[in-house]
Each structure stands twice: as C-alpha cells, then as structure tokens.
Design a protein around this ligand. Structure first.
Ligand code: GDP
Length: 189
C-alpha cells in the first residue's frame, strides 16, 4: 500500500478520530526521525524538522491497511517559542493519556550524543504513561562498528533503558530496519 497522509493535528480538538492501531515517533529535532520513518515505509512521506513550519503538530500517516504512524514534532529545538513548547506539552500529554489506539512509541536517539536533562525527561515521560516504547539508536553509520557496543551501553545505562527495548539503526545503510519492524510487531501488538 502507498502510505497516505491523514492529518496534521495542532490541538487536542483537531486529532483525527481514532481508528487503526497507532505507533508514535518522538525524538529531538534533527535526530533523524523523518529519515527513520521514511526508511521504514520505503517512501519520502515524513518531513524533516529542518523544514519550516514542522515544529508544531502531530502528523498522522496511514502506512498499511491496519497501521498509522504518528510523527511528533522534534523536541529540544532552541528556536521554538515558550508558547509553542507549552502547546507541544499539552497536545502530547493529551494524546498519550487518552489515545486508546496508541500501542507504542519509537523514541529516536542519536547514538553519538551524550544524554542530557531533556533526554532524561523524555525517558521519564515515556515511562510514566505505561505504554511500551522502543529506542532506535540512529546514525550508527557515522561511528565505527567497533564503537557501537560501548556507545550503546553507555546511553542505555545513563537513561536506564533495557537492551531488549533498543535497536541500532541507520537510515543511510538501512541497518536495523528489519529488527525495528520485528520489535514493533512484538512489543506493540
Ligand atoms: P529530523 O529532524 O529528526 O526529522 O531529522 P532528519 O531525518 O531530517 O535528519 C537530520 C539530518 O541527519 C539530515 O541531514 C539527515 O540526512 C541526517 N541523517 C538522518 N538519519 C541519518 C543516518 O542514519 N545516518 C546519517 N549519517 N545521517 C542521518
């Protein structure tokens, strides 16, 4: 099936009516979130956070006859105003608390970065909603293969995340694509 754009919701009132199972994608801006989504669906559908106007709203894409991807705005973007940040929080909180069709979240994390307070907050926030989440450690192609394990262990330990819930990923080489699909199927069913 060709993936289809369904809606861009900028407020809780404008969320599309719940229908199919949903998987949410969250991550800092510029982390490689849209590249990862596009890799998973095999088509350029999600837009980079570098695209003007891509800082607000949840983007809904139907990617199969039974699955919807929900692309969150990137967090941690310095230029986003306080009001927009607040709106992000209200919308994200509403969606995560009330959306019965939400089965799980993929948190995209740049493996090269050291976690900071904002990442810790994201981890707490995801854990607090009690729904499963996976962490996709992306841009692995920029590191030597021999460096992957140590970086991964450091990030997982710092953020108190499990090995099982993590996937090494690259949108450049597509490494990790199959593993991520498999884990999503297992964890979010
Ligand atoms: P978003 O803002 O989180 O949606 O990030 P994008 O997908 O737009 O990616 C931000 C930048 O990182 C772009 O220049 C991408 O080409 C680059 N990028 C994304 N994923 C990868 C990856 O797996 N490997 C490498 N080397 N670069 C990546």
């Amino acid at each position: 099936m060709k993936p289809e754009f369904i809606a861009l919701a900028k407020s809780p009132e404008s969320l599309p009516k719940p229908s199919l199972v949903e998987v949410a994608f969250v991550g800092r801006s510029n982390v490689g979130k849209s590249s990862l989504i596009n890799t998973l669906v095999g088509q350029k559908i999600a837009r980079s956070s570098a695209t003007p106007g891509r800082t607000q709203g949840l983007c809904f894409f139907k990617v199969s006859p039974r699955l919807i991807f929900v692309d969150f705005p990137g967090y941690g973007y310095a230029k986003v105003s306080k009001t927009d940040r607040l709106k992000w929080g209200v919308l994200a909180e509403d969606y995560f608390t009330h959306r019965l069709t939400l089965r799980g979240t993929v948190w995209i994390y740049d493996l090269r970065r050291d976690p900071d307070e904002l990442d810790e907050q994201m981890r707490e926030w995801l854990a607090s909603h009690g729904k499963p989440f996976l962490v996709a450690l992306t841009k692995i192609d920029t590191l030597k293969r021999s460096e992957w394990a140590a970086r991964k262990n450091f990030v997982l330990k710092t953020l108190d995340l499990s090995e099982d819930g993590s996937v090494l990923f690259s949108s450049k080489t597509k490494e990790g694509e199959k593993v991520l699909w498999r884990k999503m199927n297992e964890e979010f069913s």
